[in-house]
Write a protein that binds this ligand. Structure first.
Ligand code: ATP
Length: 249
C-alpha cells in the first residue's frame, strides 16, 4: 500500500490532568478530504496544533510523505507543504486582501524583513501570486479592498487564499464554516470541493452537512481518543458515534 501523505502515530498531548489527544492515529491520502469531528473540547484544535508544530506532543510521531517531521519547527513544516487556516481569524485587518496574501507568500519564501517587500521585482511576483490565489477562492474582484471591509464569508475565503499562497500539499482547516450563513457555507463547500483536486485537506468542522458533503473519510474524536474512523456512511451508522456525538443526524 502506498505511504499516505500524512501519517499520525499515537500522538499524545496533556494539559495538566487533561489528556487532550490520547494516542491519536490518523492517516490522510493524497487528494483526500479527511474530516475530524467531535464534541467541544474533544482535542481537535490540539491535534491540528501538533500537526503544524505549534504545540509539541508528549509522545507519538508525525510523518509527511514518509518523512518523520515530529521534531520539525512550524516554519519547516510549512516549507514542506503544511498550511493551516486558524479557527479565529488571523488576518491583518488594516491591509488589503492582496497585501495579506502577498505577505503570507513572502513570509513563506523565508524573506522576513521589516521592509514591506524586498524589491520592486520581487513585489510584483508576490502580488501576481497573491492575485492568482485570490482568483482561486473567487475573491479576485476584492483584491484591493481592506480586510475590515470584507464580509465574514469573504474573510474566511481570504484565509484560504492566504494558506494557498504557501503552496501547500496539505491544508489543515479549523472550522472554516464557523459563523457562516447558509449561502456562504454553500459557497465554501463548493470552493473546498474544487480545491480538493490540487490539495489534500484535514477538515475540523462542526457543520455536519458540510462534513458529510465533503469528506472522503471521517475520524471521530471524543475526550482525546479516536473512537471511529471510516467512510461517511459507516460513521453515520456507527452506534458509538451516534451516542457520543451525532445523535440521529
Ligand atoms: P472545540 O470544538 O470547542 O474547538 P476542540 O475539540 O478543538 O474543541 P481543544 O481546544 O483541542 O478541543 O481542547 C481539548 C482539551 O484540552 C480541552 O479540555 C481544553 O480545555 C484543553 N486545552 C486546550 N488547550 C489548552 C491549553 N492551552 N491549556 C490548558 N488546557 C487546554
Amino acid at each position: 500500500m502506498a505511504e499516505p501523505l500524512l501519517r499520525v502515530d499515537n500522538l499524545v498531548r496533556r494539559f495538566g490532568g487533561i489528556v487532550a489527544t490520547d494516542h491519536v492515529c490518523l492517516d490522510v491520502s493524497k487528494g483526500e478530504i479527511h474530516a475530524i469531528i467531535g464534541p467541544n473540547g474533544a482535542g481537535k484544535t490540539t491535534l491540528i496544533s501538533q500537526l503544524t508544530g505549534h504545540l509539541a506532543p508528549h509522545a507519538g510521531r508525525i510523518f509527511l510523505g514518509g518523512r518523520d517531521i515530529s521534531h520539525f519547527p512550524a516554519y519547516k513544516r510549512s516549507a514542506l507543504g503544511l498550511a493551516r487556516s486558524f479557527q479565529i481569524t488571523s488576518l491583518l485587518t488594516d491591509f488589503t486582501a492582496a497585501d495579506n496574501v502577498a505577505l503570507a507568500a513572502q513570509a513563506h519564501d523565508g524573506r522576513h524583513s521589516f521592509r514591506f517587500f524586498a524589491n520592486a521585482r520581487k513585489e510584483k511576483t508576490l502580488r501576481d501570486a497573491a492575485r492568482a490565489a485570490l482568483e482561486r477562492v473567487g475573491l479576485g474582484h476584492r483584491a484591493d479592498v481592506l480586510v475590515s471591509k470584507l464580509s465574514h464569508g469573504e474573510q474566511r475565503e481570504l484565509e484560504l487564499a492566504v494558506a494557498l499562497a504557501t503552496k501547500p500539499q496539505l491544508l489543515l482547516l479549523d472550522e472554516p464554516m464557523a459563523g457562516l450563513g447558509v449561502t456562504e457555507s454553500q459557497r465554501m463547500v463548493k470552493l473546498l470541493n474544487e480545491l480538493r483536486k490540487e490539495v489534500s485537506i484535514v477538515l475540523v468542522e462542526h457543520d455536519m452537512e458540510a462534513v458529510f458533503a465533503l469528506a472522503d473519510r471521517i475520524s471521530v474524536l471524543v475526550y482525546g481518543r479516536i473512537i471511529a474512523s471510516g467512510r461517511p456512511d459507516e460513521i453515520r451508522q456507527n452506534e458509538e458515534v451516534k451516542r457520543a456525538y451525532l445523535g440521529d443526524q
